[in-house]
Design a protein. Structure first.
Length: 168
């Protein structure tokens, strides 16, 4: 784990905890890296509710309720799929009484870490997304480097996106 990722995770736990937020993470290309970086921070249990690694499209559909039409029309590596994953992550606990619907944020990562392209999409194409009760947004990134560098950069990007949302 990179030093920057560790610092971002610590900042997220601190800021999200102070705001009373709960986080659910849905990961594809990062394979659990986002959830693991958050879980490595003391006090993470105050904010991290769950993490789902949905690498295969069937898992995206079954576990996160990503519509089949989204996966077929746009592909697993798309803003639409990232947004649906974030909404699905949020939905896993949005009706749990002691968590509170308006305090849950869903995060998602999907993309191509390499070494080969996927669905005709180039290595380094990454989408990260965030879903709150009132908003869903995705960022399109073109990252470079090794497979591991792309995965780490994607994890950093989604945590940075979350920090900007919380601090806005």
């Amino acid at each position: 784990m990179s030093n920057r990722l560790e610092l971002l995770a610590a900042d997220v736990v601190k800021v999200a905890s102070a705001a009373g937020l709960k986080l659910n993470v849905a990961e594809s290309l990062t394979g659990g890296l986002v959830a693991a970086s958050l879980a490595s921070v003391p006090g993470a249990s105050a904010v991290l509710v769950s993490g789902v690694v949905a690498y295969h499209n069937a898992a995206k559909h079954q576990l996160l309720a990503v519509p089949t039409v989204t996966l077929v029309s746009f592909g697993a590596v798309s803003a639409q799929t990232a947004q649906a994953m974030a909404v699905g992550a949020r939905g896993l606990v949005e009706n749990v009484p002691d968590i509170g619907d308006d305090k849950v944020i869903g995060l998602a990562t999907t993309g191509v870490a390499g070494p080969d392209s996927v669905e005709g999409k180039p290595v380094g194409l990454v989408f990260v997304a965030l879903a709150t009760k009132t908003k869903v947004e995705a960022l399109n990134l073109q990252l470079s480097g090794s497979r591991e560098e792309i995965r780490v950069a994607a994890a950093e990007a989604v945590l940075q996106m979350l920090l900007e949302e919380i601090k806005a």
